[in-house]
Ligand binder design. Structure first.
Ligand code: CO
Length: 307
């Protein structure tokens, strides 16, 4: 449950928070520039996740490339052959990490569809939300500004997704920032880092549901497991992926086939070693656009970190 009393300032170097925000933005622009019809999703993921590593960062989470009615959490699978197609509406959500400081930002790319108004609604919702953010403001008030910007364009906000506090090694920490006026009177505090993250849809459904596909996980810690492949995966997770979420495909060095990989991950999940982040979807035929920035809450306003 949210703990609204935790602050990031004072504990961490604000210079590093700004660096991570700026590099998260740079990586997002790189990903955005690569999203083109005919390009493989996995090539975009490899390129931008690699860009972070070359520059001394790691991914705060795997690159999310969610298409059309998928709102969030699609990341390419092992040996994924999927390519972007004409008309796709692509949510690109990504962030850098360094020493536990996390970045998070997102943008939507329209590959020739008729979704520019939907994207505009999400972008205007970010601007409207950001304009309300300052120390002492109620999160329901931020949500109302976001909702009004989206409904003004004739669309609906997704109500079970939203912005969030960002703390050390914890991407969905503390406060929840709704994308509608949920009347939550929790107030923002000076020094908090938060993400403003509206999703707008042209469909009737305002709630996303979990699909049965899951490519993103996080590791809680070691548990007893029997099968050799599950043990191999667990030892890899223990060495390299103890903090931030990871993609199944990042384990290709310990599980050569998809069968091995998913049977190992399934055993680890059942044994309680993993959290799952399944793809979050709307009904087929609905489109969803997302826009996201990370900001530092200040006394009378806020400053955008992902720029
Ligand atoms: Co976010």
């Amino acid at each position: 449950m949210p703990d609204e009393d935790v602050e990031i300032s004072g504990e961490v170097d604000i210079g590093l928070v700004k660096d991570v925000g700026a590099f998260s933005f740079k990586a997002l622009q790189k990903a955005k520039s690569m999203v083109k019809v005919g390009i493989r999703l996995i090539d975009v993921a490899d390129a931008v996740e690699g860009l972070l590593k070359e520059n001394g960062y790691t991914p705060a989470f795997p690159l999310n490339l969610s298409v059309n009615n998928e709102a969030a959490h699609y990341t390419p699978t092992l040996n994924d052959e999927k390519v972007f197609r004409e008309g796709d509406l692509v949510k690109v959500d990504f962030g850098a990490a360094k020493d536990g400081i996390l970045g998070d930002n997102a943008v939507t790319v329209d590959l020739g569809g008729n979704n520019s108004a939907l994207i505009q609604a999400a972008e205007e919702a970010v601007a409207a939300g950001v304009a309300t953010v300052k120390a002492g403001v109620e999160v329901g008030r931020v949500g109302r500004a976001i909702e009004e910007a989206i409904t003004r364009r004739g669309f609906r906000p997704i109500k079970n997704l939203g912005g969030h506090g960002v703390e050390v090694h914890d991407l969905h920490a503390s406060v929840f920032i709704p994308n509608y006026d949920n009347k939550d009177d929790t107030t923002l505090e000076e020094g908090q880092v938060i993400a403003i993250e509206p999703f707008a849809t042209d469909g009737k459904r305002e709630l996303v549901v979990e699909s049965d596909i899951c490519e993103i996980f996080s590791f809680y810690g070691e548990v007893p497991v029997r099968h050799p492949i599950a043990r191999k995966i667990q030892s890899e997770l223990s060495s390299n992926y103890k903090s931030e979420p990871f993609a199944a495909r990042w384990l290709s060095n310990v599980a050569a086939t998809r069968f091995e990989l998913y049977s190992g991950l399934t055993e680890l999940y059942r044994a309680g070693a993993l959290e799952r982040y399944p793809i979050l979807v709307l009904p087929e035929g609905s489109m969803v656009a997302q826009h996201e920035v990370e900001v530092l809450v200040e006394k009378d306003s806020c400053s955008v970190l992902t720029k």
